[in-house]
Design a protein around this ligand. Structure first.
Ligand code: ADP
Ligand code: MG
Length: 686
């Protein structure tokens, strides 16, 4: 029997393995099974080139549990090892600069294991003793190697009739869970599902007479020829759909797939699927899986595919992605950058192709696609340039247009006097119904921009397209949404305007965090008497602050109250009637106040006139005091006027009624205000 020390430069590698690699214990199984697969593939190659001429036989890899003996065994019928090979490949672990590296990557077991070719030694993460029984495909005698986790091993010849290798792990007491069938079965499914050699774990079970019974048939846990390893020409749509189900048994059928197949300047194969996403839970659940020669590596592909494409599903397999290094390194790796660019381009190509050849089906899928596409446009310039050709705008009638098509459609009707094309949009077809109707009646088209990212997309489209502006249908009265000529002037005199402002201001509801500003517009006699609008800029800032993250300017807007304009249509007959009634009821009280204010203002203007070219300190003190008194008096009289108007307004239920109708059209009339409105409406009918 030979004895020796494993050739490592650190004193003892095993404590390192156990301590640092604790979190990723389970990957030992991936490492051992893929070694078995490698050995099997090597044998196949030797046989195919005639270097091995014996019987190849059944090449299945087997994983066996013996709970009683406390062992887990991985067996293959691959090339096996001679004593020299064990000496060379197992006993000598080339290990330079190890301590530095371990320090740097101690959190990342993948990095350590892969970097040093420590695959085999990962067995010691879970085993107190590891044995190798192996017989080379050459005539060399079979060997038994054993090591109990100290750097000391034994190696001796043994009886083993069959070619190949058995790795026997004596599972240690801290890791008993690896003796459970369900645990091992789960790990095999996770890591080995698509390895290229059949892997058997126990035997198949069957339901017989309400009981589960063992059969003689080996339980093959993997699909050695997954769809992505085949040629696209050999696959039908159905095969792609079946493979999707194999990956994500509970997900809904995907929208379509993209088969990736690159061999220069890097190797990459894979199939990506556009999933049907219903909600955020779906977004989290299924992810792109990354493989390296059919060995599962990870399902966190951040850094390898662009962010917006992490929403896709499917598989990427590449031996050229440096899997064994840290994430931050990944992001600066040139190969990874090329891969990422390539995937983006392929995705754009495929979308373009479907758009061109199957426009109807593309439109039908748009709702499910747009989150990817818009996210991609916002986050990736190159993708924007491609996607602007097929990204769709949808109007409130459900018709879809590319940006260019839509611009052509609306530019005649919807260009303002400064040459800006105005894209009218709604964010909620129900709530903004009255405004949408008004715009349509005017011959305008209205887009529906109700996607989660649309508010940001709108800003992008405005930036990218000169002389294009997006305006929400309720951001102004319809006449002013698209300003084609200077608006007609309000014909009322100043006092009439003050009266109307006071009448409506005094009857406005007190809503939490909401402000109203009463303004006048000379609209048409057939337009609504009162319209409530919200300034486009302010509203957008608030919307962005709701989805915009930590920008302090954005959260400043978020804190502001909602401010609305209550627009009084001075051309409406009802407003005319209201003014006449006000005059009849209030003039007796108002006229003396107006006269008195007029006198005071006259005096104030006189004083101001005589001093208009003087600096503040040159105005005599006495006159300054008089001005102050005048201002105070004017203020008091104006307040009295307001009270007169308010008192009158309170006797006029129709003022509240007009306000409420406008609020109702804006979906802002709720709770008690709504019940009051209903009661008032009925009593007004009496
Ligand atoms: P790697 O697989 O990256 O080479 P490992 O530590 O996993 O590193 O394995 C070291 C070497 O041991 C392998 O390259 C191979 O030569 C040999 N080896 C391991 N397992 C087997 C096996 N089941 N059959 C034959 N050779 C094996
Ligand atoms: Mg290996």
């Amino acid at each position: 029997m030979a004895k020796g020390n494993i050739g490592v430069t650190t004193d003892n590698i095993f404590p390192v393995i156990k301590k640092f690699l604790y979190s990723d214990h389970e990957i030992f199984l991936r490492e051992l099974v893929s070694n078995a697969v490698d050995a099997t593939q090597k044998l196949k190659t030797l046989a195919s080139v005639g270097e091995y001429q014996g019987e190849v036989g059944d090449l299945q890899v087997e994983v066996k549990l013996d709970a009683e003996a406390g062992t887990l065994t991985i067996s293959d019928r691959g090339v096996g090892m001679t004593a020299e090979e064990i000496e060379k490949y197992i006993n000598q672990i080339a290990f330079s600069g190890a301590t530095d590296f371990l320090d740097k990557y101690k959190e990342d077991a993948n990095a350590i294991i892969g970097h040093f070719g420590l695959g085999f030694y990962s067995a010691f993460m879970v085993a107190k003793q590891v044995e190798i029984f192996t017989k080379s495909y050459t005539d060399a005698p079979a060997q038994h190697w054993s090591c109990d986790g100290s750097p000391e091993y034994t190696l001796e010849a043994c009886d083993k009739a069959e070619r190949g290798t058995d790795i026997v792990l004596h599972i240690d007491d801290d890791n008993k869970d690896f003796l459970e069938e369900a645990r091992i079965s789960g790990l095999l499914t996770k890591y080995c599902k698509f390895l290229p050699v059949p892997i058997a774990f126990g035997t198949k079970k069957e339901w017989k007479d309400g009981k589960e019974v063992e059969t003689n048939e080996p339980n093959i846990i993997n699909n050695p020829e997954p769809a992505w390893t085949k040629k696209p020409a050999d696959l039908k749509d159905e095969d792609y759909a079946n493979f999707y189900r194999e990956l994500y048994p509970y997900a809904e059928d995907p929208l379509f797939h993209i088969h990736l197949n690159v061999d220069y300047p890097f190797n990459l194969t894979g199939i990506l699927y556009f999933p049907r996403i219903k909600n955020n839970i779906d977004l989290q659940r299924n992810k792109i899986q990354l493989y390296c020669n059919q060995v599962f590596v990870t399902d966190s592909v951040e850094g390898i595919v662009p962010d917006f494409l992490t929403l896709l599903h499917g598989v990427i397999d590449s031996p050229d992605i440096p899997l064994n290094v840290s994430r931050s390194y990944l992001q600066s790796d040139q190969n990874v950058k090329k891969i990422s660019t390539h995937i983006t381009k392929k995705v754009a190509d495929r979308l373009q192709e479907i758009f061109k050849n199957e426009r109807a089906s593309f439109e039908e899928k748009w709702d499910a696609l747009r989150i990817f596409i818009v996210y991609g446009m916002l986050s990736d310039e190159k993708f924007y340039d491609r996607a602007k050709e097929f990204a769709l705008l949808q109007n409130v009638d459900g018709k879809a247009f590319t940006f260019t098509e839509y611009k052509d459609l609306i530019s005649v009707e919807q260009t303002d006097k400064d040459g800006n094309v105005i894209y009218l949009y709604a964010t909620n077809a129900e709530e903004q119904h009255a405004y949408i109707e008004a715009a349509k009646n005017k011959g305008y088209d209205v887009l529906l921009m109700d996607g989660q990212l649309d508010i940001h997309w709108i800003s992008q489209l405005e930036q990218k397209n000169e002389k294009s502006r997006f305006v929400r249908v309720d951001s102004d009265v319809v006449e002013k949404l698209i300003v084609k000529a200077d608006a007609p002037k309000v014909t009322l005199n100043a006092e009439q305007q003050t009266a109307l402002t006071s009448l409506f201001q005094s009857q406005l509801p007190k809503l939490n965090k909401t402000e109203f500003l009463v303004t006048m517009e000379q609209l048409g006699a057939d337009d609504q008497p009162i319209v409530i609008t919200q300034n486009e800029f302010m509203r957008r800032m608030k919307d962005m602050s709701a989805t915009g993250g930590g920008n302090p300017m954005m959260s400043f807007y978020g804190e502001m109250p909602d401010s609305y304009n209550l627009v009084v249509n001075t051309a409406h007959p009802l407003v005319d009637v209201l003014l006449k009634e006000e005059d009849a009821a209030c003039s007796e009280k108002i006229n003396p106040l107006v006269d008195a204010i007029g006198q005071l203002e006259k005096r104030r203007n006189e004083i101001k006139d005589t001093h208009k070219d003087k600096k503040d300190e040159e105005v005599p003190q006495a006159e300054k005091a008089e001005l102050e008194t005048l201002d105070k008096q004017i203020g008091e009289l104006s307040a009295q006027k307001k009270t007169v108007y308010a008192t009158f307004a309170a006797t006029q239920p129709k003022i509240k009624q007009l306000i409420d109708i406008a609020l109702l059209a804006n979906n802002m009339l709720k709770g008690k205000d709504l019940s009051d409105f209903v009661k008032r409406s009925i009593s007004l009918l009496k």
